[in-house]
Design a protein around this ligand. Structure first.
Ligand SMILES: *Cc1c(COP(=O)(O)O)cnc(C)c1O
Length: 386
């Protein structure tokens, strides 16, 4: 068994790379739709690339290895991956969903799953009593993000999975914010883990991709059915970009976390302009205890709420190095206003209920020199504050 970083570089195992005669140190890009049969009656593992492609297979085996999972699946986007997982639901099923989830996931549940007669209840997954109270006879699964977005609140995978096991339903986790480097949710009791590989796993803002891992055979069968029958698979070139991104995952995340700490220290000096900072593990953060033995670090996303002395739109229009853009987890730093951008999918009432106000700023700290990021924020604050 090899260590985590070795798996980042080599995938499931060294021998997987040695399937070519050239000695190429990278898995080849199998840009082929179809595969010749050796024999009409023989076993042909590869026949058509929607069903299986060797480059995709490398990535799927790799994410499974990184998560200590039996099965890995690559989809054309995080959203396609989430949709594929939700196809385990039948009309009449019920799911419990965290109140703070990715806007696109909420849209998928509220505008699409509901039409298929899948009911849902939204709860605060930090509140275990609320989770218990939402359980119904027809509850099929609970869906949440162990670090939520944008408030970076931590939910215990162990605690939720214990409730789910007791009532015999599935625990589904979107771990885009943590990646298997910072949390292996299957080992904590989750049944299914989803990643938007568009974020930290890809890491360079150059590929949209989704990954799913599971040890549950029935779920795995359904996910493969989705790949093969629905066809939202990740193309081989995009698989290559994710494989390449994954090689440096731990190095990048260590630096994202380190830079985030430096930027946090700066933001803490701005108490005249910032009402509240959201990042777990800070002194006094109540999320800390829940996460302590489940998470290795909290990544590079920092959210903060401005007070009335700062014009939020002028602040985000005013950064010069930090891009005004959605997404996160990439080498370049990105800033946005969730109310107007990432969370605009949520109805206004829902945004108000969870506290996503127009004054809320989300910053994804990249890999630039933190001094340059701080200088950029400093000049933007100067422009935007009265
Ligand atoms: C971006 C994101 C998604 C959606 O992934 P895409 O690759 O953009 O389709 C899902 N969940 C979370 C937490 C995300 O940040």
């Amino acid at each position: 068994m090899t260590g985590f970083n070795t798996k980042l570089v080599y995938g499931k195992g060294l021998n997987q790379l040695h399937d070519n005669e050239t000695g190429a140190v990278n898995v080849p890009l199998y840009q082929s739709t179809t595969y010749a049969f050796k024999d009409i009656d023989g076993f042909n593992k590869y026949d058509y690339s929607r069903s299986l492609n060797p480059t995709r297979e490398y990535l799927e085996d790799q994410i499974a290895a990184l998560e200590d999972a039996k099965h890995g699946f690559a989809f054309a986007s995080g959203s396609a991956a989430i949709h594929a997982v939700f196809t385990i639901c039948q009309p009449g099923d019920h799911i419990i969903v965290s109140r703070n989830i990715y806007g696109g996931t909420f849209r998928l549940i509220n505008d699409y799953l509901k039409k298929l007669q899948v009911e849902f209840t939204q709860v605060d997954t930090q509140n275990l009593q609320e989770v218990e109270a939402a359980v119904q006879e027809n509850t099929k699964a609970i869906y949440f993000e162990p670090i939520d977005n944008p408030f970076m609140k931590v939910t215990s995978v162990k605690a939720i999975a214990a409730i789910a096991k007791r009532h015999d339903f599935l625990t589904i986790v979107d771990n885009t914010f943590l990646t298997p480097y910072l949390q292996k949710a299957l080992t904590l009791g989750a049944d299914v883990v989803i990643h938007s590989a568009t974020k930290y796993l890809g890491g360079h803002s150059d590929v949209i991709a989704g990954l799913v891992v599971t040890n549950n055979e029935a779920v795995a069968e359904q996910l493969y059915f989705c790949q093969n029958a629905v066809g939202g698979i990740l193309a081989p070139e995009d698989c290559m970009l994710v494989i390449r991104g994954i090689k440096t995952l731990s190095v990048r995340l260590d630096r994202h976390i380190q830079n985030a700490q430096t930027v946090l220290q700066y933001l803490e000096t701005k108490s005249d302009l910032i009402k509240k900072i959201y990042y777990p593990g800070r002194a006094g953060d109540e999320s800390d205890a829940v996460a302590a033995d489940e998470i290795k670090g909290y990544g590079g996303v920092i959210t903060f709420e401005l007070n009335e002395r700062v014009d939020p739109k002028r602040l985000v229009n005013g950064t010069k190095l930090i891009w005004l853009a959605v997404s996160l987890g990439s080498v370049e730093s990105l800033i946005e206003l969730p109310y107007f951008m990432t969370h605009a999918e949520l109805p206004v009432a829902e945004r108000n209920k969870v506290g996503i106000t127009p004054n809320l700023v989300r910053l994804s700290v990249g890999l630039e020199d933190p001094e340059d990021l701080i200088a950029d924020l400093e000049q933007a604050f100067a422009q935007a504050s009265k």
